[in-house]
Design a binder for this molecule. Sequence first.
Ligand code: ZN
Length: 482
Amino acid sequence: MAKITKRGDDYSQWYIDVVMRAEMADYAPVRGCMVIRPWGYAIWERMQRALDDMFKATGHQNAYFPLLIPKSFLEKEAEHVEGFAPECAVVTHGGDKLLDEPLVIRPTSETIIWAMYKKWIQSWRDLPLLYNQWCNIVRWEMRTRLFLRTAEFLWQEGHTAHATAQEATEEAERMLGVYRTFTEQWMAMPVLAGRKSDSQKFAGAVTTYTIEALMQDGRALQAGTSHYLGQNFAKAFDVRFQNKEGALEYVYASSWGVSTRLVGALVMSHSDDAGLVLPPRLAPIQVVIVPILKADADNAAIRTAAARLAEPFGCAQDKPFGDAVRVHVDDRDNVSPGWKFNEWELKGVPIRVELGPKDLAAGRVVLVRRDTGEKTPFPQGELALRVPEILDEMQSALYERAKKRLEENCRTVETYDDFKRRVAEVGGFLFAPWCGRPECEARVTEETKATIRLLPDDAQEGSACMVCGKGPAKRVPFARAY
Ligand SMILES: [Zn+2]
């Protein structure tokens, strides 16, 4: 089997090797598109389920809007069309007939959703509308990277309508909080949270909120965004409601989304030179039991023992996505035990349980942790009891490790020279004083490829702007990002 490129040698190639070798995804015949294979999709399904439960717990309902949007809809909101037109795929023909109006494949669905909200919203009694949809979208990308940047990707987009600016703002903030809970508690991925600067905000938003994670190579990754849209889309689509006083008012909006890019972030956060490392809560299989079968021997006893080991977890092999611990018994006899160990390591299964003839005789198993590689002999009888605890420990350990890395890579920088050197040499989040002027922000991005990742709510006062030397300045985190 070909080896995985080491992280230290070539981080980009390492990432591609892990995704391909773990059979998470493959390149599609169409440039910019990817095929998500079952292992990658199973991880996405677990993410979806967790997020969907949180959306519903905060009062949202799922709906579905069409893939195709009349081109004129996109043109109704000036900033929105300017932001999205360059990356739209456009359908011009139906069959062999030229369409009267070209149709855009959704790059995001604000426009078609607000065209419908016009029909459904008349009075304050119709508000709020708290809708979400799970779907695919297309943004024409030429420079692509599996999961992180592809022309077509899967995501969810929440679109809510409110009677007041305050409610819509609270909604955008609440959903950023949901994303943060998800990335920290499920993905074991700590994040920084804040607002985007004007140059980085969503096209058509008043305020964009973001969570930003740090990958192992010191680059940032935007993991989720939510937007307060003000009345921009309500005005573009003439969506007004009668308020309690009987007057007509434009509706306030929020939208928010996360995508399959989170799968890429997960890979980059925890994995190592042996392949994928998955936090237990998102692992499609949490425990793999590998009976050590011998060629030309009677393996019946060991097969039976392996199957029996799986029973107390309450999750048979045919139900790998049940609510109990997700256990799989790998009793294939066409590949060697060593081959299986390697494969499950590549796929990031948190715990491997090895059962050989000697173990069987001694009433024990060997338990191997994917995150540390630690091998421990274990009494068979204690396995079912201890495994859930070990999975919890691993979930916390991965989070703590990532948190430590994030903290170690948040640095303050005073001068632009120092900034340039650190961006190139160490990366991470560089908290540097910025005066707030777009010219200074643009110059940094042009000269160093680093962008302001967010404006922290509690930004410290800096000395003077590192670019122009003027004050007052605030410390904001810059980083190169995926
Ligand atoms: Zn400045």
